[in-house]
Structure formats: structure tokens, C-alpha cells
Design a protein around this ligand. Structure first.
Ligand code: ADP
Length: 637
């Protein structure tokens, strides 16, 4: 079986190359495409977000970005830092406070000055120390000479050494007075961009290190142990926090305070460390916050923080896809150029290679006439293709390299689905030919981008006398199964005269494993149940997906393309999909030839295409009368 997939992949290759993609303009390779200097001009497909970022940078407003990972949120935050004025940047120094050593002082100076100040202090300290040492040496030598004449030399040397040790202990240490440069913007090209995603409190808000030698002359002075947090490093720049809801509530609270006050003192974060005794003066932290997450993350964040950002900033939604227009294809070509330049090691792409990347963008969009904007993943494909070209010593990356990369760069989920598929074929857990009663090849999606054949079996038995019938299913299947059975129970009753509620209906995924999103299985479940009640066999060369209404209409579901590909890969001959999903089908050509796609709009049509044997037609006739749905045999794609 493995070989056959391999062979299929090969034939897929040659077919794909034949078909050219119109990129919108002609070029030799991506080295001819100019990559914009500013990051903001490199962002593609997120025009609205770009506009908001430009505006917010001018007004110094916060931004919340909501959307799928890998669509450019951190890129935009970085781009925003580039747009901020460099002139305002500051350095932050921590000075010892002689009145209260545990309350170090904070000074803000123009960028670059901090380094100078610290250096000057160091010079000064060195000079002083030298002078002091010189004096002391003279003193000690004096004592030795004196004792040579007056007393014994040995005693003189001993006295000298003791004096030396004692004075070292008690003389003020100039080094201890050198200020610490907590935040430095020396030689920075633009305002800071600090990514604080997943930062713990100490990293985010600053910390004071623990001092193991708290006295005895070996201690590090408190101000020297102060470490700036991300909020301080982002002063006058951008603080980016992805998955904002994963930040602990206390941290979110502190972040809110920092946002409001624009300054935040640094204190030791671990309670029992000596650092906890220390608390600095307030440290400036006038940053712009760019927070990000999916919709769920945003809803779960601290409400006060959310409303602060809302009140003083913008919320933008990131787009997942863009229209498949010549202009946008051109942008994708520029994207490939950008990624090649950014990587720095891979060869540029020729026109054919860019065409293949665009084809993949089309496929991954999951919507007809669209290109995906999940560009982090697409960038991954570009890099893998480039690496393959590089390892072959090719001067340029070609379509063949991209196609090879597509095979390698499969997501973990896809690889997992592959291995399940392999296992199932071995154990013959799904049938690919013949017919069976109460058994249907359902389809599901794993991890968002890979389909899998999921056989469902059903058995219907009369309920124990008097008792209400039950629906017996396991795990996640239960809820879906209940709904599916309820939805078809009216249809079943009218059709077969069987009152489902007085039967036990057993439903099972064959070889169930956790992690399958089993939605869209309701058509399969209904078919399995009807087949089980009426003892009509189901064609095992057919796979199906679809949701079901109470009236028996087949409703659209997600991931049809992946599901169809899975069915084709599994060697099935026909796949039934909701008619409403017809436009979403972007199956690779090689698969199209292997499997017949049948769009349907009612459960009667599902039966028409999946049941077998002599009893089939009477059932369908009944169904048609009951559901009173228009019943055109659909044209077959
Ligand atoms: P997110 O923060 O939304 O998870 P990133 O901004 O980290 O995604 O995107 C990762 C990488 O993917 C970027 O560094 C860039 O190379 C590429 N990328 C993602 N979205 C875009 C985009 N809209 N335009 C250009 N490149 C993008």
C-alpha cells in the first residue's frame, strides 16, 4: 500500500507541472523582485491591519490583534516599532540610594548616554581605587620599614598584612557606587520591539536577583541586582504579547497598572529571596502594547485590561485568506522573495516554483477563489523547498523542489493521519469493497488540515421491555450521535414505521481514538442506523460527510477537500458531500480522477448513492414522499 501512495504521488507531480499558474507578471526568478525595506511594506493581505498599525503608531495607541496564528501579528508589531520615532529613546540607570540601600534610585537619560555615564563612573572608581591602593601600600611599607628598625621584621610583615586585610574589608568600595545600566538603547536603529509572549512575572515586570552573600563584604549591592523587565525594555517602543490570556491574572493586573501609570517599580519577584526586600523607585515604561490571540483568548483575558486596550486603542481582525487575484498572486511572489532574502541561505525561486507555492496557497485557503494568508506555514514550505534545492547544489529553486517539499513538509497531524491510514489498511478496519449492513465509511478532519476515513457501525435492537430506548455510543461520538439519531428519528419512523425511541441504538467508531473532531458525521450515522433497521446493505466503496437537519436536508460541513483526499487515498470510489460545499472542493487533479464526488442536498439522495440491493428503491420512494424534498438526481462531478 505504501508503494501505491508513492506511485500516486509521482504521477501527481508530472500532472501538476503541466498546468501553468498565471502569477500576474513575468520574471526570471525571485531575485528580480524587489523586497521592500520597511517591514510594514512587506506585510501582505492584511491591508486593514496595516492601516491601523500606521495610525496607531502615529497616535501611540495600543492594538489588539485577533486571528489565526501565522498570519502576521508579530510581524506587524515589529513593523510598528520601526515606525516609531527613534529620537525619543531613553536609557535607564539604577543608582544606589545611600539613605536606603533597598530603595535604589532610577534615572532616565537620552539613548546612548547611559553607557557613557557608566563608563565614566568606572574610570573614576578605578582611579580612586588605584590612589587608595597606592596610599595603603605606602602605609604598609612604612610599617614594615619602621618595624625593621624598631622591632622584629617578621612582626612588621604580619602587622602589615593584617592592616591590609582589614582596610580592604572596611574601606568604601568605589565599584559598589557604579550605577547599573538597566535598559540600554545605545546604537539602536529603531524603537525597541520586545516579545513578551509567555514571559513569567520576573521577565515581564523586572526582578531583583537574590544575593547569596548578604553581608561580610562579598555582597552585591542591591541596585546592581536590579533587572529590567520586558515592560521597561519596551519603553518608547512596542511590547508584543501573543496568547495574552495565558498570562497569569496577577501579571495582567500589573500590566494594566503599568499601562496606566507608564512607570512601574522593580522588586524581587520570589518572596523568600533577598531580592524581595528591594524595591526601586518607579521605572519608566511608556510602551505601546500589541496584544494578540484568537477570539477565544481575547474573551478570556482580564476584563479590565481588555477594556483599557479597547478604550485607548484599536482592535483588528486578521484575515485568513485573500482573493485569488493577479494582484494578490503578485504579492505572494514578493512574499517568496522576502522569505528567501530573510532566510539568507536558500536559492531564489524561479517562476515555476513560485507558481507551485501559489497553487499550494490556493489549496490551503480551503475556499474557492482564495489564497491562504497563513503565511508562516507557507513560509515553511518555501524554506523546505529552498533547503532541498540547496542540498542538491541547485543554483535556483524549481517547481520540482517545491513539489518534493510539499511531500516532506506535511504537518504532524497529516503524518499521524497517514500512519493511522496505514495501520487501518493493515488491519482492514475499513472495507473498500462489497457491502455491509449498518456500516458506513464516514469522514473526519484531524488537526485542521488532514482528512481521515472513519468507519461507523450501528446495530439496532428492541429496548428492554417497557424501558425507553437508549442511544449507546462512546466518547465524543455520543453527543453527535444523539443529535443525528434525533434528527432522523422522524424520518425513520415515517419511513419504516419503527419508533426509534423504543429501540436501543448502538453506534461505534471503528478503532476509535481520541482527538477526532467528529462533527459532520451525522449523515453517516443516520445512514448506518437506517441500514441497520431495514437490514439494507451499504455500499462500502462509498464515503460520506455531511450534517443533517431535522427535515432530512444535508447541511454543509468543514474540511471537505481534505476529506475527499483521504477517501481517495484510502482507495474508495465515491464520496458523498453536501451540495452547499461543492464550491469548496479544491482537490488535486490526481485525486479527482480516482474518486467520484457526489454533491447531495437530502438524506434521500444519500441513500440513493449508498444503499444497495433490492429493498433500496422502496425505501427511497418512501423517503422522497416523506421528506417532500425536490429530488433531482444531481449531476456528477
Ligand atoms: P503570528 O504572530 O500571527 O503568529 P507571525 O507574524 O509570527 O505570525 O508570522 C510568522 C512569519 O510568517 C513572519 O515572520 C513572516 O515571515 C510570515 N508572515 C506571516 N504573515 C505574513 C503577512 N501577512 N505578510 C508577510 N509575511 C507574513
Amino acid at each position: 500500500t505504501h508503494e501505491s501512495t508513492q506511485v500516486m504521488a509521482e504521477s501527481e507531480l508530472s500532472e501538476e507541472i503541466d498546468e501553468d499558474i498565471d502569477i500576474g507578471f513575468r520574471f526570471e526568478d525571485t531575485s528580480n523582485i524587489e523586497v521592500p525595506k520597511l517591514l510594514i511594506d512587506q506585510v501582505l493581505g492584511q491591508e486593514h491591519a496595516v492601516e491601523v498599525v500606521r495610525k496607531a503608531a502615529g497616535q501611540r495607541r495600543h492594538i489588539m490583534m485577533i486571528g489565526t496564528p501565522g498570519t502576521g501579528k508579530s510581524l506587524l508589531a515589529k513593523a510598528m516599532a520601526e515606525l516609531l520615532p527613534k529620537e525619543e529613546l531613553k536609557d535607564i540607570l539604577v543608582y544606589p540610594n545611600l539613605e536606603d540601600l533597598n530603595n535604589p534610585k532610577i534615572r532616565e537619560v537620552p539613548a546612548g548616554k547611559g553607557r557613557e555615564i557608566v563608563m565614566a563612573h568606572k574610570m573614576e572608581a578605578r582611579k580612586k581605587a588605584q590612589a587608595r591602593n597606592m596610599l595603603m601600600m605606602l602605609f604598609v611599607v612604612g610599617i614594615i620599614i619602621y618595624s625593621y628598625f624598631v622591632a622584629q621584621l617578621l612582626w612588621g610583615i604580619i602587622a602589615g598584612i593584617m592592616i591590609l586585610m582589614l582596610t580592604r574589608q572596611f574601606l568604601p568600595k568605589e565599584e559598589m557606587m557604579i550605577p547599573k545600566l538597566a535598559v540600554s538603547n545605545y546604537d539602536k536603529e529603531h524603537a525597541p520591539y520586545i516579545d513578551a509572549t509567555g514571559a513569567h512575572a520576573g521577565a515581564l515586570l523586572g526582578d531583583v536577583r537574590h544575593d547569596p552573600f548578604q553581608s561580610g563584604g562579598l555582597e552585591t549591592p542591591a541596585h546592581d541586582r536590579v533587572e529590567a523587565g520586558d515592560i521597561h525594555k519596551a519603553h518608547k517602543g512596542v511590547l508584543f504579547i501573543d496568547e495574552i490570556n495565558t498570562l497569569r491574572l496577577e501579571s495582567q493586573q500589573s500590566l494594566l497598572t503599568a499601562l496606566q501609570e507608564k512607570e512601574y517599580p522593580i522588586t524581587g519577584q520570589s518572596e523568600r529571596s533577598s531580592g524581595a526586600l528591594v524595591k526601586t523607585e518607579p521605572v519608566p515604561c511608556d510602551f505601546i502594547m500589541v496584544s494578540a490571540g484568537n477570539l477565544d483568548a481575547v474573551q478570556k483575558m482580564h476584563p479590565a485590561l481588555r477594556s483599557r486596550i479597547k478604550g485607548y486603542g484599536y482592535e483588528v481582525y486578521m484575515r485568513d485568506s485573500m482573493a485569488d487575484s493577479p494582484e494578490n498572486r503578485k504579492k505572494l511572489a514578493r512574499f517568496v522573495a522576502q522569505e528567501v532574502v530573510r532566510d539568507g541561505h536558500i536559492p531564489h525561486f524561479d517562476e515555476g516554483a513560485v507558481g507551485e507555492v501559489i497553487r499550494e496557497a490556493r489549496r490551503r485557503a480551503g475556499r474557492k477563489g482564495h489564497l491562504t494568508l497563513k503565511l508562516r506555514d507557507l513560509g515553511g514550505l518555501v524554506r523546505v523547498a529552498g533547503d532541498i534545492a540547496h542540498s542538491e547544489g541547485a543554483p535556483i529553486t524549481t517547481a520540482e523542489h517545491v513539489l518534493a517539499a510539499k511531500r516532506i513538509a506535511r504537518s504532524i497531524e497529516q503524518q499521524l493521519a497517514d500512519s493511522y491510514l496505514e495501520q487501518r489498511k493493515e488491519y482492514e478496519s475499513f472495507l473498500r469493497k462489497g457491502s455491509a449492513v449498518g456500516r458506513v465509511n464516514g469522514l473526519a478532519v484531524m488537526g485542521g488540515d488532514s482528512g481521515i476515513v472513519l468507519p461507523i457501525v450501528s446495530e439496532v435492537t428492541p429496548a428492554l421491555s417497557g424501558a425507553e430506548g437508549r442511544i449507546i455510543a462512546t466518547g465524543k461520538l455520543k453527543a453527535i450521535a444523539k443529535e443525528a439519531v434525533q434528527n432522523v428519528s422522524a424520518v425513520i419512523k415515517n419511513m419504516t414505521g419503527t419508533d426509534i425511541s423504543r429501540h436501543d441504538v448502538h453506534i461505534q467508531f471503528v478503532g476509535t481514538y481520541e482527538g477526532v473532531e467528529g462533527d459532520s458525521a451525522s449523515v453517516s450515522i443516520a445512514t448506518a442506523v437506517i441500514s441497520a433497521i431495514e437490514r439494507i446493505p451499504v455500499d462500502q466503496t462509498v464515503a460520506m460527510t455531511g450534517s443533517l437537519s431535522v427535515r432530512g436536508d444535508v447541511l454543509p460541513v468543514g474540511g471537505v477537500t481534505y476529506k475527499i483526499e483521504a477517501a481517495a487515498q484510502a482507495g474508495l470510489k465515491k464520496v458523498i458531500i453536501p451540495k452547499a460545499n461543492e464550491a469548496d472542493v479544491l482537490v488535486e487533479k490526481a485525486y479527482r480522477e480516482k474518486i467520484q464526488i457526489i454533491p447531495v442536498s437530502s438524506i434521500a439522495e444519500v441513500m440513493e448513492h449508498s444503499l444497495m440491493g433490492p429493498k433500496k428503491n422502496t425505501i427511497i420512494e418512501k423517503l422522497k414522499n416523506i421528506t417532500k424534498l425536490s429530488f433531482d438526481i444531481p449531476e456528477v462531478t
